[in-house]
Design a protein around this ligand. Structure first.
Ligand code: SF4
Ligand code: SF4
Ligand code: FES
Length: 312
């Protein structure tokens, strides 16, 4: 027996959402979705949520359980019970419409922004466009995405910045950046390097934890970053930051924290550099300024050897 604390919301009846408790004897092997279905069928037919396949394929049943996004039909209910209860809420970073149903419009807008279709020179094609197994492996993981929105729900950048494309759209972007048949790689990575794109990800890895499939967006974002750097798309703070970081480690084995902010901003970005001054002054007052003379670590030759081998 467990108590399902479900967030209810019906804008036609209540101004604010509230939690309602439902007690349920969890059947052996029941998924969270099985339990929500049982509650609807036996206790309250007005409970509203999305579902379809019950097989982790359609992507419609994602909700938050105990504060984290899960695919309800993939999660064993008993694994979620804590102190006799499970808390169920709608996905985050999207507006609730009714009970556990949220408005996916911003999610789809961002998917559409990354041009989620093949762009080739030969349209229509003269013959079938084939790929080798090795070429397909580059996009295999991301092509497993079922558009469930779990990653979007729990991305902490989206909580503070609506402009961020978000993990699902960026994973979808890698599907085409990495596609050997697409001819717009440079254009794609240039657009994805703009504000709101790949470099605004904070590398928290939450989307990897939440993704129910091998799509694992953060790893796809890193792949796009690599392609962007290889294609020479360096004129942005994110790329400059990554390059400065690497340069510092390669040179001394540690981060030169005095230079990284300056190099990330760009030597000729006077407006950006002026914006750094108050931060620097605050650090000075709090005695957080790193040593002015940047020293190498003792075994820096080992670090240089690792870089040399990687370069080769
Ligand atoms: S790794 Fe990046 S995209 Fe993924 S949840 Fe964190 S900030 Fe969002
Ligand atoms: S990347 Fe994973 S979590 Fe995000 S929408 Fe696709 S399947 Fe869902
Ligand atoms: S009902 Fe289709 S993924 Fe859960």
């Amino acid at each position: 027996m467990a108590t399902f604390k479900i967030k209810r919301y019906n804008p036609e009846k209540q101004a604010e959402p509230y939690f309602e408790d439902f007690d349920l004897d969890i059947p052996d092997g029941a998924t969270l979705l099985d339990c929500i279905n049982l509650i609807k069928w036996t206790q309250d037919g007005s409970l509203t949520y999305r579902m379809s396949c019950r097989s982790a394929i359609c992507g419609s049943c994602a909700v938050k359980a105990n504060g984290h996004a899960v695919l309800a039909c993939q999660k064993q209910a008993v694994s979620l019970v804590k102190d006799g209860a499970v808390q169920i809420e709608p996905l985050g970073n999207m507006k609730p419409i009714k009970d556990l149903v949220v408005d996916f419009a911003p999610f789809w807008d961002k998917i559409n922004k990354v041009k989620p279709y093949l762009q080739t020179e030969d349209t229509p094609p003269q013959k079938e466009r084939t790929q080798s197994p090795e070429e397909f492996r580059l996009i295999d993981d991301t092509s497993t995405c079922i558009m469930c929105g779990a990653c979007y729900s729990d991305c902490n950048v989206l909580e503070v910045d609506d402009n961020f494309l978000g993990p699902a759209a960026l994973a979808k972007a890698q599907r085409f950046v990495g596609d050997s048949r697409d001819s717009k790689t440079l254009e794609r990575v240039t657009e994805l390097s703009e504000p709101g794109g790949i470099w605004d990800c904070t590398h928290c890895g939450e989307c990897v934890e939440r993704c129910p499939k091998p799509a694992e967006p953060f790893y796809r974002i890193k792949e796009i970053m690599t392609v962007a750097l290889e294609q020479g798309v360096h004129n942005n703070n994110g790329a400059r930051h990554a390059l400065s970081f690497t340069k510092s480690i390669k040179h001394s084995g540690r981060l030169n924290e005095n230079m990284i902010p300056v190099e990330s901003m760009g030597y000729f970005n006077f407006k950006g550099l002026i914006e750094l001054i108050p931060i620097g002054l605050r650090m000075l007052l709090k005695r957080k300024i790193p040593p002015i003379i940047h020293k190498s670590i003792d075994d820096v030759q080992d670090v240089k050897r690792i870089f040399k081998e990687l370069d080769q």
